[in-house]
Write a protein that binds this ligand. Structure first.
Ligand code: SF4
Length: 349
């Protein structure tokens, strides 16, 4: 059997350079290959004309440009959202979403096939955990989205990446952070500190590690309830990392990095959207430099809750702002008709 080829998307720039030098080729070739990969978005070695043929044939023999296979692409009826079903080596599949807003485009990437966290309202949680993604499989999703934008109406450039697709990114810490390093490289895709957001259900050791390593990306914590017992019913991972430990970790993160934190709150009609709920979260996070993202529940087959009405969302916002000085936004609902909204991603293996 052939030895597995190295996925070029899994390598940092120094690692690519070391690989090319190990073949006794000039590091200048590595710099050119990197630019073709991330500035030219090359999908084949034939699209690298300034790389000498002998280098390209070595690349073709020992490496690959990505391992994902495009299986299906769907577009929302309003034209703003596209969802990609991408096959992984080994047979599993993931979904990646590309969203266009006025003047900006965002890729929502997956970090795992399935998820072990089991949030009750989430289609990915309902399918269970299949496997972690490799860093190259994460980077490849971003490149796939960037390529798709080239043939789309404006905007053509990908501005933001959010780890809010399938999986819990802090449950796959090493691969996710390696991917972040590759995405941030200023000679390549060059996503700056404000352009990458990682969303976690509250994996406390991962939050603390991000703080200790001074990871230069935004952190969003999915809260959904300010009461430990109720939160544990919605987010089973809360039994392992209770609310008081989670809030300690959030304080630690903000203090260590001097940065604000985002809290996400899925608004479920009658379950966590009353005035009392808004006051409870206000009291819980008022001491932190925080912003709240309110996300009206999106439908999934395995959960029968309904999204909050818009007047309940507005009341929630008003209480946060007037009572606690907390800014908040209500997330625009995008791609619901193609199952591309928050909590809706799932992929058959
Ligand atoms: S919401 Fe996120 S952490 Fe929870 S089950 Fe879904 S993918 Fe996993």
């Amino acid at each position: 059997m052939d030895s597995p080829a190295t996925d070029l998307y899994s390598l940092t720039r120094p690692e690519l350079r070391a690989l090319v030098e190990s073949w006794r080729f000039s590091p200048d070739h590595a710099a050119r290959i990197w630019k073709y990969l991330y500035l030219g978005l090359a999908g084949s070695f034939g699209e690298m004309p300034e790389v000498p043929a002998r280098v390209r044939s070595r690349l073709a023999a020992e490496t690959r440009i990505g391992t994902l296979s495009a299986r299906l692409e769907t577009g929302s009826s309003d034209g703003f959202t596209r969802k990609f079903l991408l096959g992984l080596a080994g047979g599993e599949a993931i979904e990646t979403v590309l969203m266009r807003f006025a003047g900006r485009a965002t890729a929502c990437v997956s970090s795992q096939a399935g998820c072990a966290m089991g949030c009750v309202f989430c289609a990915t949680g309902q399918m269970g955990f299949r496997r972690h993604l490799f860093a190259g499989e994460i980077v490849s999703q971003v490149v796939h989205a960037a390529r798709a934008l080239r043939s789309a109406p404006e905007p053509r450039r990908l501005r933001n990446v959010v780890f809010m697709g399938m999986g819990e990114p802090l449950h796959n810490y090493g691969a996710v952070m390696r991917a972040v390093d590759i995405l941030r490289d200023p000679s390549g895709l060059g996503f700056g500190a404000q352009r990458i957001t990682l969303s976690t259900v509250g994996v406390v050791p991962g939050i603390r590690r991000m703080a200790d390593e001074a990871r230069p990306i935004h952190l969003a914590v999915s809260l959904h309830s300010a009461d430990q017992a109720e939160r544990a019913r919605l987010v089973p991972a809360a039994r392992k990392w209770p609310l008081d430990e989670l809030m300690d970790a959030c304080r630690y993160f903000c203090a260590a990095l001097g940065r604000r934190i985002f809290f996400e709150w899925t608004l479920i009609d009658g379950r966590n959207d009353t005035a009392d709920h808004a006051h409870a979260v206000g009291r819980l996070i008022r001491e932190l430099p925080a912003q709240v993202n309110l996300i009206p529940l999106n439908p999934t087959a395995g959960y029968d809750g309904a999204p909050s009405r818009s007047d309940a969302a507005r009341r929630f916002q008003r209480i946060l702002a007037d009572g606690y000085g907390l800014p908040s936004t209500v997330r625009q609902r995008r791609g619901i008709d193609i199952g591309a909204g928050c909590g809706q991603l799932a992929a058959p293996g």
